[in-house]
Design a protein around this ligand. Structure first.
Ligand code: NAD
Length: 284
């Protein structure tokens, strides 16, 4: 029997989430407020910020944007974050990464009030996630988990392989899969034989940034494939998976674009809403 692959439509799911949020925000006495900080002129960062701005406006979030030149001093950013931590109109603070080399990003991320850390990168939130307590969860991993949830497949006892071990995508995704009681393997650039791991995986999440890293001979039939990779090839944007061939074997697969990307933005908005609902003195 021929395999029927279902394409996980991140754009559609994200659109539904935005519409739900829009309705909730319209009914809310307080508007969730997000502050976005961008340093330098990296075109990819600029593009992500533009997506976030556009989506924030669409759902009715209150937005403040702060832009700095590449050579901004660390103490300028620290001062701004201290101010935003106290600002009652702001419930979420996002610093677009990567930051220039002269800035210690861990110092910046740790300066954000964990209750306003809508990216979920503060060590307090990372720790809460690790021990399985409610926390602000990084947007891309949260979006990946929503996409997997949309398949209806129960993760308990499944073999999941996360390829890429960054603090932003790979590690928190592995933690979330673990919290769902999957058996999790995390691969990195030094993994000896990736195929040994991917061949037995029921779920593969890839977040590396290398086109065609995952090919059809590396996966088993019926696998769920979530591709977070974003790569520019000529004038096309592709993921890390050989989509054309892997999709013939997978039960579920995300396209690139239109898979994980839009979910990331929707989860950021949702995190800002949640941060507002849990903020001190918040009333319905
Ligand atoms: P990163 O560069 O911080 O981490 C990459 C990871 O991949 C590292 O752990 C590295 O060891 C590992 N790796 C490199 N080569 C490998 C190989 N051959 N086999 C196994 N592992 C290997 O990257 P990141 O910030 O996690 O981003 C990864 C990708 O995801 C990029 O393409 C990025 O653009 C994309 N991304 C997408 C979204 C989204 O919303 N869709 C969000 C964040 C990142």
């Amino acid at each position: 029997m021929e395999n029927v692959t279902k394409i996980l439509n991140g754009s559609g799911i994200a659109q539904d989430i935005r519409m739900e949020l829009r309705a909730k925000i319209a009914d809310s006495r307080t508007k969730p407020g997000l502050a976005v900080i961008l340093v330098g002129h990296d075109p990819a960062s600029r593009m992500y910020i533009d997506f976030k701005k556009q989506a924030s406006q669409e759902v009715g979030l209150y937005l403040e944007t702060y832009e700095f030149e590449e050579d901004v001093k660390q103490k300028t950013l620290v001062k701004l974050i201290d101010k935003l931590n106290k600002n009652r109109k702001i419930h979420g603070i996002l610093v677009q990464l990567p930051l220039p080399e002269h800035i210690e990003d861990i110092d910046i991320l740790q300066r954000i009030d964990p209750a306003k850390d809508v990216d979920g990168f503060h060590p307090t939130n990372v720790g809460l996630l690790a021990v399985g307590y409610p926390a602000l969860t990084p947007a891309t991993p949260k979006g990946i988990m929503r996409l997997i949830a949309s398949t209806g497949v129960d993760l308990r006892g499944k073999d999941a392989v996360v390829i890429g071990a960054s603090n932003i995508v790979g590690k928190p995704t592995a933690q979330l899969l673990l919290n769902e009681r999957a058996t999790v393997t995390i691969a990195n650039s030094l993994t000896r034989d990736l195929r040994v791991h991917t061949r037995k995986a029921d779920v593969i999440v890839v977040a590396v940034g290398k086109p065609n890293l995952i090919t059809a001979d590396m996966v088993k039939e019926g696998v769920i494939v979530i591709d977070a990779g974003i790569n520019k090839v000529g004038d096309r944007v592709v993921g890390d998976v050989d989509y054309e061939n892997v999709s013939k074997l997978a039960a579920f697969i995300t396209p690139v674009p239109g898979g994980v990307g839009p979910m990331t933005v929707a989860m950021l908005l949702e995190n800002t809403w949640e941060a507002m609902r849990h903020s001190k003195g918040h009333q319905e």
